[in-house]
Design a protein around this ligand. Sequence first.
Ligand code: GP9
Ligand code: MN
Length: 688
Amino acid sequence: MKRITKGISNFLNTRLGFVILAVVLYTLKTIYAYETKFNLGVKGSIQTFLMIINPIPVMLLLFGISLYMKGRKSYIFLLIIDFLDTVWLFSNILYYREFSDFLTMVLIKGSGSVSNNLGKSILGILKPSDFLVFIDVIILILLLAFHVIKMDVKRLNWRIPVLISSLAVLLFGANLTLAESDRSQLLTRTFDNNYIVKYLGLNVFNVYDMVKTTQTNAVKSQAKSSDIDSIEKYMKDNYVQPNVEYTGVAKGKNVFIIHLESLQQFMIDYKWDGQEVTPNLNKIYHEDDTLSFDNFFNQVGQGKTADAELMLENSLFGLPEGSAMVTDGTTNTFQAAPAILDQEAGYTSASFHGDVPSFWNRDNAYKSWGYDYFFSSNYYKEKKSYNVGYGMKDKIFLRDSAQYIEQLPQPFYAKLITVTNHYPYTLDKKNQTIEKTDTGDKTVDGYVQTAHYLDQSIGEFMAWLKETGLDKNSMVVLYGDHYGISNNHKKAMSKLTGIKGFNEFNDAQYQRVPFMIHMDGLKGGINHTYGGEIDVLPTLLNLLGVDNKNMVQFGSDLLSSEHSQVVAFRNGNFVSPTVTKVGGTYYNTKTGKVDKKISKTEKEKLSNRVTTELSLSDRVINGDLLRFHKLPGFTTVNKKDYSYKKSTALKELKKARKKNGTSLLAQNDNKSMVDLYQTDAPELSSDK
Ligand code: GP9
Ligand code: MN
């Protein structure tokens, strides 16, 4: 025993021993911070393992630099690095407490508008335990000061530092590989800052953030104001006159945008085990005052939900790689639905979502879009049983959103983002009210169950709108954001759809998602026009009586006879009523057969149209060109005017209640109407 202690103590008295000790201590304190100061959403053994070890490669690399030096300098260098990195960790702890996100270059540089009033409230949120992260630095200093560890000032054999640096790089490679195996496309899809920290650590996130920001900034700084000219010309040349029969029919109404997570059109009217999977949506779909579209496609890329949100509210395409909401959402200028409706028609806007605010960078992008409120998971009562997958279960989420909806000054534009019907489609027993399908594909078979659950939650929500009378002065828009069953499950899809040999052509057709506009008195029916998410904003603006003539929008009114029915997918494929292009193959949309008759000129015409639209839209986002686009009567959104801090939002709502009294609550003599909300969510009944 004595020999072991002696051995350890001898090792610690070497330079290498000291570096290893520093790495171990740093790792321990980081685990403490990860566990108690952040909410990284670590699930399962691989993620836990990675969270524990992810500081090691970087710290070994950084502290290892000291081994290239000799004498006291080496120790001092290590301590300075340790201290500075800890100051950085400490700042992130404080920032995270307030904003549930990590510091980024854009925020540090302030970019004028997005600094979130940093600094102001720091003192108020400081906790004594935050200082514990400095403990390793203090321990190391004390160990040296009291000569428990003596400095080893000899020059080291050059092989040792080189070996340590190489080891660090190797370990980082292993860390990255393991992370990618658990979460593929971690770095390219850019989901959430929390993810990168969870898998690769805070320091790696910072480097990643710096590289990304530098890349995007370079393109933006090269862009000139004249770059918008060609875009404006394209808009003018391709402008589609909206359908005047529908202009303004929803003027002044509240707007509900209900995001149906991963819901595909084929679920509408679909039956499994003798039961309708989506009975409530089916009912809305067939109602006379619902405009339903059965040839409406999702057009998302890697950004999935984020791309859908971007298209719906900006009529701009997502980027070919990553998510524009993440890479450009914080800094770019937008002319988005919430801001347009606020400025044109005095709407209050709010987005509701039962996940953390940082996912898809919503907490920042929404400010750029002019959202007055963002009710994210920290506005809702949290309980373990309330969550599944990415966030709150839809029934509880929608029920608990009612308390905020009733406080919004009317007219409002409210977007509710559901999430239970999300891959991998898991749901607890109590909430399963339809059998799983029997394709034998585990990922697919739960889909009808979560879709059924989503449908029930919508039924409950619509019933509440009716109870409160909100249905009379609201337009409800429902849409599926993207596919639920990906291209990798063709066999299972073949079983579900009865299509033999489900192929690439079929997969393209199954990119159809629901899109319905429901409003009392609306001239509805099932509309067969081909269109997609890019067309939603122009369609809605026309219904709301807002002229989009001078706006930069790549879609057009779905109800207009001039509407182009060539629906672009993000990878350059497309679907139209006659031709479907997948890869290099052109199919006849009606027959599903390879179309040999289609002429080369026709192919080129269609393809060019699609690629032109996509690349022009990319230019707008990559170059931040909307900052140069003067929209008459529209003032550029000032992100500084927005805060999604819970206390601020609640105060704001209270003020609004008194000032103009247009909220549902105010109109009901400040008596809450939340009790009218009926839900059969089992988690809530056991609460009582
Ligand atoms: C998470 C949710 C999921 O907040 O919106 O996004 P997705 O994985 O569907 O893109
Ligand atoms: Mn989604």
